[in-house]
Design a protein around this ligand. Structure first.
Ligand SMILES: Nc1ncnc2c1ncn2[C@@H]1O[C@H](COP(=O)(O)OP(=O)(O)OP(=O)(O)O)[C@@H](O)[C@H]1O
Length: 473
């Protein structure tokens, strides 16, 4: 099936020796996990295969009858500069190798090279080729500002530019088999993004989700890898692991930042080797699922502090997306509120109410530490309490109970700095600035502005009059 081919482009083996072609294809499939392979034994037909098939990488023998490897290398480099060529030669001569690289070969291996090294070299070339495909694809999408499958994102309500870029990026990496790392605060919609990645990949298998937070290492291994009967006390039946259940699909590992050190090693090995051992088995199984992971933690920082393995972090972040917190995409607030109120109205069998005018403004002044999930909960809470035609503000009230403790202010990034070389402003001047800022944020709504800075509305009105010079100070 087209969508289960790896890599997304074909690998063409060109060699006049039938036995080498056969053994190389088997090694590529078994050791490398590559299954998108074409073979060509007659060098005269090689260029036609390249013209007809979606070839991205060529493994080329040098010494062949009819057309030599060197001639073919030159033809490919000139007609198909986007195709990578790896030379597999019987000759171990530095000069020949250098000449091939000069002619445009990506790498040069002697046929007797240890299989592991050869496969690793081919993996590197595949990875590079994938990246250049993705780059081209990404550029094309950004330039034309298109989404090929907008329906995949229909349930992710947003009009934010950064989110749209995330969608475009996800479309461009959809066919890749490499892991995807989704970062973002709790409640920003990471799980939704994982669903979209799975749908876009058009893989035939299911999406299987596992929350790995708090799993001890043995449970982690058993959950992912499964076990054979009798593997440990109590294992009276064999059980397939989640990797197996996600075959030809996607395995989504949530809260990856909480993974224990021992489990990090297991996950790294799985990603590096593409193989795993079910507990109690000494026969490796090949992973047939794509891995998507998510975390609300800062993995870069965790890695620097030695809490998360650097090598694993680098493997995971081959493709990464960062979902911005709701406070950084406030334009989405109105859309999301409307969407959740409709959803709640449907679910509760109520008519959708009118939204009070000051509600959107009020929400804009809130940080949403719980992000979209928090807004959704508020909307559902409001709808369940809702009786009259206009939505009650009661469920949103707690948003207003502003906490002005120094810790919270520091958290909000409020740190007032005064210029040491200038005299301090007066209390009156500071207070005027605060009043002006509150009025700006509340879009001129006095009752809202007064709540934002913790004074009564008449007190605010009085200050405003003073500010406008209507009343003496
Ligand atoms: N843009 C959005 N449009 C509609 N619903 C959304 C959007 N973003 C998040 N949600 C909803 O908010 C809730 C939280 O989303 P989700 O579980 O995907 O967040 P998360 O980032 O995975 O959170 P956590 O880190 O806690 O696992 C879900 O009910 C989801 O459907």
């Amino acid at each position: 099936m087209r969508n289960n081919l790896y890599p997304q482009f074909g690998i063409l083996l060109i060699d006049d020796e039938e036995s080498f072609l056969r053994s190389m294809s088997i090694a590529l499939e078994r050791r490398g996990g590559f299954n998108h392979i074409y073979r060509c034994q007659d060098s005269r037909k090689a260029m036609q295969v390249i013209a007809d098939e979606p070839i991205g990488l060529v493994l080329l023998d040098l010494t062949m009858p009819h057309v030599s490897g060197e001639e073919l290398l030159q033809a490919i480099a000139s007609d198909y500069p986007d195709i990578s060529v790896i030379i597999l030669s019987g000759l171990n001569q530095l000069e020949v190798a250098l000449n091939c690289i000069r002619l445009g070969a990506y790498d040069y291996f002697v046929k007797t090279t240890e299989e592991d090294r050869l496969i690793e070299g081919i993996r590197r070339a595949v990875r590079l080729q994938e990246m250049s495909f993705e780059n081209r694809e990404l550029r094309r999408r950004f330039l034309s500002d298109t989404l090929e499958q907008p329906e995949v994102f229909a349930n992710i309500i947003t009009q934010d530019k950064a989110m749209r870029s995330v969608f475009q990026y996800l479309e461009s990496i959809a066919p890749s088999q490499q892991p995807v790392l989704i970062m973002g605060e709790s409640g920003v919609g990471k799980e939704q993004i994982a669903h979209a990645i799975h749908t876009l990949s058009a893989r035939s298998g299911p999406l299987v989700s596992v929350n790995v937070a708090g799993l001890d290492d043995n449970v982690f291994a058993d959950t992912l890898f499964g076990h054979h009967r009798g593997a440990f006390t109590g294992a009276d039946k064999a059980r397939a692991g989640m990797i197996e259940q996600a075959a030809e699909g996607t395995l989504f590992l949530d809260e990856i930042g909480d993974l224990s050190q021992a489990s990090q090693v297991k996950l790294l090995r799985l990603l590096q080797e593409g193989e795993y051992y079910p507990l109690g088995s000494d026969r490796p199984k090949r992973i047939r699922a794509r891995i998507v992971v998510a975390t609300h933690q800062n993995l870069e920082e965790k890695q620097l502090q030695g809490e998360f393995r650097k090598d694993l972090y680098y493997r995971l972040r081959i493709h990464q997306v960062e979902i911005p917190p709701l406070r950084k995409r406030k334009k989405d607030l109105g859309l999301l509120l409307d969407y959740f109120l409709s959803e709640a109205a449907d679910e509760l069998g109520k008519a959708k109410p009118t939204i009070p005018k000051e509600l959107p403004v009020l929400l804009e002044n809130y940080d949403f530490p719980g992000n979209v999930r928090e807004l959704r909960a508020m909307a559902f809470d409001a709808m369940s309490q809702h009786r009259a035609r206009i939505l009650s503000m009661e469920a949103f009230r707690r948003v207003l109970t502003a906490d002005h403790s120094p810790e919270l202010l520091a958290e909000k990034g409020v740190a007032v700095r005064f210029n040491e070389e200038q005299p301090l402003p007066s209390l009156q001047e500071i207070s005027d600035l605060l009043v002006e800022e509150a009025m700006r944020r509340a879009q001129g709504n006095q009752s809202l502005a007064s709540r934002l800075i913790g004074i009564s509305q008449p007190a605010l009105s009085k200050r405003l009059k003073k500010l406008q010079g209507d009343e003496p100070l």
